[in-house]
Design a protein around this ligand. Structure first.
Ligand code: HEM
Ligand code: FPP
Length: 321
């Protein structure tokens, strides 16, 4: 008897765990992680390397809840095509693990919690920016553009560029040129990031009628567009150093190296647009790139880095640094 009860209790726990896992998957957690890294970069730059830990915690939590809400509504809206595509068939809604209505309630709850948290513990601008991220991603990208325009992710990508603005606004209560530059960098990064992936899975998008660039214009045009965006993005990352003077030597060196590798991969793709492996390599690198670029911004902004660069420059005869 006791054994039967124990088995039932452990099954019950397993079920709860599976339900929680399904809701967690709806939020697309791995994408949220990178969005939060860009938010953190905004916060560190805005506070010149001295972030209030409590504000960091609140802002990242609010940002994660907002992104989770946006991603959940995207999963809900796209459940028809997600069911057809191999890559997305096992997501919680198409596979029947979460009911559409429950997902909607979950997304609304996340959005309300995020807005409240950010308004109370950060400021209204921060809360409104996060909310505008959800609205833009859901209405402009998912509803309006994704299935209707070949420029879907260029314009829609603006939603993904909002998180650093959220971070900046949480610290200063307003937005500066540097904040808008962070927005621009991610805006320019998105087409190479996404089109490289879309080149790998073009057939799946074609099957469900989503007009991604490689489907409509083919690999050569897409590789050329990726090259152009990369060529504008990499130099734009250096504007943080000059003329904005928000970041310094350490960031400049890292941004140059990382940017050089980005351009090399985009160039390789331009040379062999139909090579899936080259596209895959650029896609994977794009994620690594943005992560490290943001990390470089954070490290560069720390007072200890500043002290080290100063000490080093004084010990060099020409004062090169
Ligand atoms: C409109 C803009 C964007 C589009 C259309 C897009 C599209 C995608 C797609 C389709 C995937 C594959 C996901 C999967 O296999 O389930 C992906 C992966 C990823 N994206 Fe994006 N993305 C966009 C912007 C962003 C932004 C702004 C970020 C973060 C700053 C980001 C971070 C990531 C990460 C980290 C992954 C890898 C996730 C994993 O490991 O499963 N993306 N993206
Ligand atoms: C401030 C704030 C809340 C911003 C929200 C920004 C946000 C959630 C960006 C996500 C970008 C993304 C993963 C797009 C993929 O969508 P897709 O539908 O093309 O991907 P799929 O085919 O994998 O579903």
């Amino acid at each position: 008897m006791q054994e039967v009860i124990q088995t039932q209790v452990s099954r019950h726990h397993e079920n709860i765990l599976q339900v929680l896992q399904s809701y967690y998957q709806l939020t697309k957690p791995r994408i949220i992680l990178l969005l939060l890294i860009t938010t953190s970069a905004g916060m560190w730059l805005a506070s010149k390397g001295e972030v209030d830990p409590l504000l960091l915690l609140v802002t990242l939590t609010g940002g994660a809840l907002a992104s989770g809400s946006a991603n959940t509504i995207n999963c809900l809206y796209d459940r028809d095509i997600d069911y057809i595509m191999e890559r997305t068939r096992w997501r919680p809604i198409p596979s029947g693990r979460v009911k559409p209505m429950d997902a909607l309630i979950f997304a609304i709850a996340l959005a309300i919690t995020s807005f409240t948290l950010l308004t109370v513990f950060a400021n209204l601008l921060t809360a409104c920016l996060a909310l505008s991220g959800i609205v833009f991603y859901v209405l402009i990208y998912t509803h309006w553009l994704k299935r209707h325009s070949v420029q879907n992710i260029v314009i829609g990508g603006a939603a993904g560029a909002i998180p650093p603005l959220v971070g900046w606004a949480a610290v200063t209560g307003d937005l500066s040129w540097s904040a808008w530059l962070l927005f621009t960098i991610i805006f320019l990064w998105t087409p190479p990031h996404f089109w490289a992936l879309a080149m790998m899975i073009r057939d799946e998008y074609q099957e469900v009628g989503v007009p991604m660039l490689p489907v409509i214009e083919g690999d050569e045009v897409t590789a050329k567009q990726i090259w152009i965006y990369s060529l504008i993005m990499v130099p734009s990352t250096l504007l943080l150093v000059y003329p904005l003077h928000t970041s310094g030597f350490v960031y400049a060196a890292i941004a140059l190296i990382l940017g050089g590798i980005f351009l090399q991969k985009a160039w390789e793709l331009l040379q062999s647009p139909s090579e899936r492996d080259v596209a895959r390599s650029l896609f994977k690198y794009s994620i690594f790139y943005l992560m490290l670029l943001c990390l470089a911004m954070v490290v560069d902004s720390l007072p200890v880095t500043n002290d080290m660069v100063m000490a080093l420059s004084q010990s060099l005869p020409l004062g090169l640094l």
